[in-house]
Design a protein around this ligand. Sequence first.
Ligand SMILES: [Zn+2]
Length: 349
Amino acid sequence: MNRIPDIAAAALACSESLVAQWLPDGKRQSAEWIATNPTRADRTPGSFAVNLRTGIWCDFATGDKGGDLVNLLAYLRNVRQREAAALIAADLGLPFGNSHATTPARARRITPPKAKPTPAPSCPPPEGATKPAPIWNHPRHGRPSARWTYTDAQARPLSVVCRFDFPDGSKDVIPYSWTGERWRWKAALEPRPLYKLPALAQRPAEVVLVIEGEKAAHAARALIPEAVVTTWAGGGNAWHKTDWRPLKGRRVILWPDADQPGLAAMGAIRGHLLALGAERVTLPTLPPGLPTGFDAADLEPAGLGRAFALALLAGKATAPEGLCPLCWARRVAAPIGGPTCPHHQPVSK
Ligand SMILES: [Zn+2]
């Protein structure tokens, strides 16, 4: 064996044990190893991924990438490809080039493959595990009033976001998730899947509409069926716990909630999507004067539909200053907060 591609092919045959040594803080997610990038200050896994079947790797945050495990090790150790290949060959007990290709001074030896137990892969729940009805009953709250299921790309359930409405008008949202061993009332394993992940793959050419919250996502899907609508679990502060890589190469429109946390979350998501290679990411400017927290689920109760949603996403749903944009869309010139506008009265959401 004297060629780097031969070593790369041999490395691929035991990719998981090699990559687990090189990136020990990572874990397997289906065919990929997700870790932090040790060559930079990277504290949260998610953007650095190695495909264990192909050897293709990428840091979606920096754009660094390569096509095999030899150049991955060269990148991680900051050595030349030939040197990385020699390290791998030595590790696997394979002959490679001249024995002096790596001098002890330059080559930091890598530990033998059996040094570290491989973390268990995140396995999907067994077939039918989610089916029996009684498991939806929360020990204190009983049956949820609504639930939204997050799946992997093969439509296998991973987490169910359950909403409970209480007699006093309050609500609680509790996820019921596959932990790798069983279903529990806790948040999904990270990185979490995007909502409706299989639909994203099934409609690869469609625009993706990202909404905050599952209820609003369903409302938007009814209004704009030609887009693939998705959201993420856990709300504005938890967006970074979701794996956004399925949106690489996609045209994306973000529909923020009309409040400061909602706008901040979408602004951060926009930056993340652009960094990981989304083709286009649009964050429309919402019209001034929307009720606080206004989202897609508020359109229908306001008597508005698709036309207003499209105008809003195009940034064209503006009303003359001081007038309520929702009333304006219904051809009523109502001052914000005035007696003829029902949209700006204090409400509990
Ligand atoms: Zn109004």
